[in-house]
Design a protein around this ligand. Structure first.
Ligand SMILES: Cc1ncc(COP(=O)(O)O)c(C=O)c1O
Length: 475
């Protein structure tokens, strides 16, 4: 009876689609009901294409070095997503929204198998899916807390384990949810006035690059300071540090790169003190660095990796160390969970992305494109009289530093006026987040427009107001 209430597909009325809201009304409509402080452009989802984001109001096309905060890997309307197979899967997933944690589907199983065998490196048998990067990191911390408590023999679920802590770094951005608020410390407007845990926070010894890509700062002294603070934290907190948490390249904090030696030290000290090593690859993962995961450039294996953004479905994968305790969260039901367990539409989209990335060799492609952009930016730096500094990056993740926040605003405004979308990071850096599909010609255009933007910012002729206020936007 119940099923009969839904007419079979052929019997359903074929309604004409309602026209979409006029783009010029988007901001006023949103502002009536919510804080609408985003970009002034409105994305034209039909006519944006590849690396070009089209403004539905003006019709202008912007070269996309922003990619929805590093979350949009294949550019707009990728032709391979126009297939019947993709449309069938996405429509099916979009028309139904199963609670994936408990109600399984073929679409879900296809996604999980594809991710686990083509994206997760060998040796990480556990996966967990959720919606949102902050919740991915938060659940990674929960895995570590549960593991550590049990390692300490504290297995009674009624026991107080409020003394367990997460060691983390200055200038870290891990999100804005409950636990992640306590480890995020980029800008006070993100974490101020919310209660937090006083967990140990230590120095982040990042590299400053010279114009040839060499190391320009005293990195050994930086690392020595970090090592000292970490040793002190372990002395102070003893066996209560459940995990060391790090973005293997800090994104919002300033595109801060670390040396392999330092990551090796973290691995070694985590092992020595029975803590887990968690890498937050929400911003850097899923082929953005030219490899599936940025940590693979260093060859330092973590115990848990949290991911999000480009993966669409967020979550974590974990290695065998969590199996050192019986009843860990991957065995015992309900310890980490959510109703949706990710989202089936995201799962379908991600599986098709994986297919395209492999078929088209996009990891190697973006590694090469990244090198072209970095070479171009280093040329600009060499002739800028110190205005552009510390050009750095891997694959789609590129940044450079300017003398001040105002200089950075001027460059971002000049870029927006030249129809390039880019992002700030740290106190005075500009960050590019490229689509993996960017062409060599587009990379050259990005370099040319950046050169012109730097010139106008340096001469004080950069526009101060533009349609796209990117200077304050952050993840
Ligand atoms: C490294 C990192 N971790 C976590 C997050 C939080 O992700 P979300 O905004 O999806 O919650 C971000 C977002 O920018 C991030 O860059």
């Amino acid at each position: 009876m119940f099923l009969r209430a839904f007419p079979a597909r052929a019997d359903r009325p074929n309604r004409t689609p309602t026209p979409m809201l006029d783009p010029s009304l988007v901001h006023t409509t949103l502002s009536r009901h919510q804080l609408a402080d985003g970009f002034e452009i409105v994305v034209d989802l039909e006519r944006s294409h590849g690396s070009w984001l089209r403004d539905a109001i003006s019709g202008d096309e912007y070269l996309d070095a922003f990619t929805c905060f590093a979350s949009w890997p294949l550019g707009y309307n990728h032709p391979k997503l126009g297939t019947d197979a993709f449309r069938r899967d996405i429509l099916l997933a979009g028309s139904n929204n199963p609670s994936n944690s408990d109600l399984y589907s073929s679409l879900m199983a296809e996604f999980v198998a594809s991710f686990a065998t083509r994206v997760t490196p060998e040796g990480f048998p556990h996966h967990f899916w959720v919606a949102g990067g902050a919740l991915a990191v938060e659940n990674a911390m929960k895995v570590a807390f549960d593991w550590k408590a049990r390692r300490l023999g504290r297995t009674d679920l009624m026991e107080d384990v409020n003394d367990l802590v997460i060691l983390h770094f200055r200038q870290a951005f891990h999100g804005r949810s409950g636990y992640t608020l306590s480890v995020t410390n980029t800008l006070p407007d993100k974490v101020g006035l919310f209660p937090k845990f006083p967990w140990p926070r230590v120095h982040n010894p990042f590299i400053v690059f010279d114009d040839e890509g060499g190391i320009a700062n005293d990195i050994e002294a930086e690392e020595a300071r970090a090592r000292e603070e970490i040793e002190l934290a372990f002395r102070r907190h003893g066996r209560r540090i459940a995990a060391i948490l790090l973005e293997p390249m800090q994104g919002e904090g300033g595109d801060n790169h670390f040396r392999t030696q330092f990551l090796r030290f973290l691995r070694e000290i985590a092992d020595r003190h029975e803590a887990l090593l968690i890498f937050d690859e929400v911003q850097t993962g899923f082929f953005g660095s030219g490899r599936p995961w940025l940590w693979q450039h260093h060859g330092v294996r973590p115990d848990i990796v949290a991911f999000g953004k480009k993966t669409q479905v967020c979550g974590l994968y974990a290695g065998p160390r969590v199996d050192e305790v019986q009843d860990n969260v991957f065995r015992r039901p309900s310890r980490i969970n959510s109703t949706w367990g990710g989202n089936l539409v995201d799962m379908v989209r991600c599986r098709h992305f994986i297919q395209v990335i492999h078929e088209d060799g996009l990891a190697a492609h973006i590694a090469g494109i990244g090198r072209e952009v970095i070479d171009g930016l280093r040329c600009i730096a060499r002739t800028s009289g110190g205005f552009v500094r510390s050009v750095r990056g891997l694959g789609s993740l590129i940044a450079f530093t300017l003398p001040s926040d105002q200089a950075r605003r001027d460059v971002l405004h000049a870029l927006a006026a030249a129809r390039v979308l880019a992002l700030p990071c740290g106190s005075s850096s500009v960050r590019f987040r490229l689509p993996l599909t960017m062409t060599s010609a587009e990379a050259q255009l990005l370099v040319d427009r950046t050169e012109a933007a730097v010139r106008s910012a340096k001469s004080g002729s950069a526009p101060r107001t533009v349609a796209v206020e990117t200077a304050t936007a952050s993840d």
